[in-house]
Ligand binder design. Structure first.
Ligand code: OFO
Length: 175
């Protein structure tokens, strides 16, 4: 049985993951209407992944005898000034999510809930990967600047960007 404090913290995380999925869906839609098809596909996939993060939490809470709550979400931003602006927003959002996951891990330790602590380790590893990916993308965009040809190639190639995290936790960019 989950302690109330843990159940509440997990439900807060359900809301964060759902909101992340919604934000990335709105980003994908913006990119698609701006003719950035590769970026749109990348973001649609990212949105689906966040929904999967949410579902994992929902099912964990219910399996452990709690009750997962499906929250109301706020409308995400509709427009972005540029691709750089969009991906900086994404990176900032992921850094915020990592902070929330770390807080949840802290609560697990202070409540001595080692099962949930163990469950949360998947999210800790996932955040390392997501932050590294967002930083790699920002580095590329900063290098490209306003160059139209560079942005065209970026949009073409981003669909295939992926990160491999090796056992020593070094992240290798495969774009
Ligand atoms: Fe990218 O946030 Fe989920 O965990």
């Amino acid at each position: 049985m989950l302690k109330d404090k843990i159940e509440k913290a997990l439900n807060d995380q359900v809301r964060i993951e759902a909101q992340s999925s919604q934000i990335y869906l709105a980003m994908a839609s913006w990119a698609e209407t701006e003719g950035l098809g590769g970026t749109a596909q990348f973001l649609y996939k990212h949105s689906d992944e966040e929904r999967m993060h949410m579902l994992k939490l929902v099912q964990y809470v219910n399996e452990r005898g709690g009750k997962a709550l499906i929250p109301q979400l706020s409308e995400p931003a509709r427009n972005y000034k540029s691709l750089t602006n969009l991906f900086q927003t994404l990176l900032d959002h992921e850094v915020m999510v990592s902070g929330e996951i770390n807080n949840l891990v802290d609560i697990c330790l202070s409540e001595k809930d080692y099962t949930t602590h163990n469950f949360m380790q998947w999210y800790v590893a996932e955040q390392i990967e997501e932050e590294a990916l967002a930083r790699t993308i920002m580095d590329k965009l900063n290098m490209i600047g306003e160059d139209k040809g560079g942005l065209y190639l970026f949009d073409r190639d981003i669909e295939n960007i992926s990160m491999v995290v090796d056992t020593s936790k070094q992240v290798i960019n495969t774009m």
